[in-house]
Design a binder for this molecule. Structure first.
Ligand code: ZN
Length: 126
């Protein structure tokens, strides 16, 4: 999936999101953002990279500065997403790590199925 395709998908979600906090829409946005972040150029292996906040809330365009290794550590768990501090969507997830410029959330057990099925690194996603 190219970056343009992902952006179009985001626009589609935006147009159809009549209710700001519909958890299923937020969850879809989260996995779209994760796909976008996965595609970020990995050449700057040691530098700080501006990832998109993965909170999935409508209108959030925050960038989260993170080292590649920090992002990789989060991505080891299909249920975890990187967000800007305070961008927790309580209906879907809870915070598991808080740092100066980013936080890590983990989806609740009953909301994890979608995040796990759509993980591009999971064999179950294919
Ligand atoms: Zn956010």
């Amino acid at each position: 999936m190219t970056r343009e395709h992902v952006v179009q998908a985001m626009d589609f979600f935006g147009e159809t999101a009549g209710v700001q906090m519909d958890p299923s829409r937020v969850a879809r946005n989260q996995v779209t953002l994760r796909t976008l972040n996965e595609a970020i150029d990995a050449n700057r292996a040691d530098g700080v990279i501006a990832f998109r906040c993965e909170c999935g809330q409508l209108g959030c365009n925050r960038l989260v500065p993170l080292r590649r290794a920090q992002y990789e550590a989060v991505r080891l768990n299909a249920r975890r997403f990187v967000i800007a501090p305070g961008h927790v969507v309580a209906a879907l997830e809870h915070e598991v790590e808080r740092h100066a410029e980013h936080a890590v959330v983990e989806t609740h057990r009953h909301t994890s199925d979608f995040a796990e099925r759509t993980d591009p690194r999971s064999a179950a996603a294919h």
